[in-house]
Design a protein around this ligand. Structure first.
Ligand SMILES: [Zn+2]
Ligand SMILES: [Zn+2]
Length: 286
């Protein structure tokens, strides 16, 4: 059996120490992975133990888990109208980037933010200001990926055009590109049931940001329907998008080499292996 060249992984737990995530990923046959570097529902990232960090680096080298994506805390909101929340968000994102560099992770995935009590343009300007501020603090090896969101109330990054506008306005190597979440895109109204729809999305990405803009695909099915504006992930093939449409997206020529990370539900031990097996089959159809 030849190893597939496309990188596939899942979001993996760091419980027991950050290095344990690499063991878990490897046991599942993953060649890439995503982690939280700390509890994503707390404002303080804390420190990672040096022995855990060196073990993490050693294991990912040995198992060739690459790239590594760190998903930022859900608390971060760079579009927040409350100045205290905004300040805490900036500070936590800096800690996230520091931790990513300590781990040697290539990318840090960010939901830019939301502000339901403000216009999208104003909210995006705040996020741009915060990202510029962070870019001036220092230079990190790890780069931020802005993730498209599901179009829930106040979301500022559910449209490719809006993400593109922020990337151009920040204009810094701090931002390495985009994380495209299939569930979020579908929830925000991007359909994949026809080739022409995926072509349109790919053209938008290419035209507004660039041909290599998408560095990661979050491969998730969606519990809710097209354009529902609700972020609810589902097992591959058990949601409203379906295997065929998801395959059309991930095998589009513009996205065909982009690493895939699953953020599908984990209710039983069997969920990750099953979803990973489905994902591997999907790319084989190419
Ligand atoms: Zn995602
Ligand atoms: Zn989501």
């Amino acid at each position: 059996m030849t190893a597939p060249t496309r990188r596939i992984g899942v979001h993996t737990s760091i419980s027991g120490g950050v290095h344990c995530s690499v063991e878990r990923a490897h046991e599942l046959g993953c060649t890439t992975m995503q982690i939280f570097s700390h509890n994503p529902r707390q404002w303080f990232a804390g420190r990672l133990q040096d022995t855990h960090i060196s073990r993490f680096r050693e294991l990912r080298e040995r198992y060739d888990v690459n790239p590594v994506f760190v998903h930022t805390s859900y608390l971060i909101n760079l579009a927040a109208t409350n100045p205290e929340v905004l300040e805490k968000s900036v500070s936590l994102l800096i800690q996230e980037l520091d931790l990513a560099d300590a781990l040697g992770a290539e990318y840090v995935v960010l939901h830019t933010g939301s502000a339901s009590q403000d216009t999208g343009d104003h909210a995006r300007q705040r996020a741009v200001g915060a990202l510029r501020q962070i870019a001036r603090v220092r230079q990190w090896k790890a780069q931020l990926l802005l993730e498209n969101t599901a179009g829930e109330r106040g979301d500022i990054s559910s449209r490719i055009a809006d993400i593109a506008a922020m990337i151009h306005a920040v204009d810094s190597p701090l931002i390495g590109g985009v994380c495209l979440d299939s569930c979020h895109a579908f929830a925000a109204g991007y359909g994949f049931s026809e080739e022409a729809e995926v072509d349109r999305l790919a053209d938008e990405v290419k035209r507004l940001i660039g041909p290599d803009a998408v560095r990661l695909i979050h491969l998730n099915d969606s519990k809710k329907g097209l354009g529902a504006g609700v972020d609810r992930h589902e097992h591959l093939g058990e949601g409203s998008i379906g295997i065929e449409a998801l395959t059309r997206l991930i095998c589009h020529p513009l996205f065909a080499d982009v690493p895939l990370v699953l953020e599908t539900p984990k209710k039983t031990e069997d969920d990750d292996p099953r979803n990973l097996a489905i994902a591997r089959k999907m790319i084989k159809k190419r």
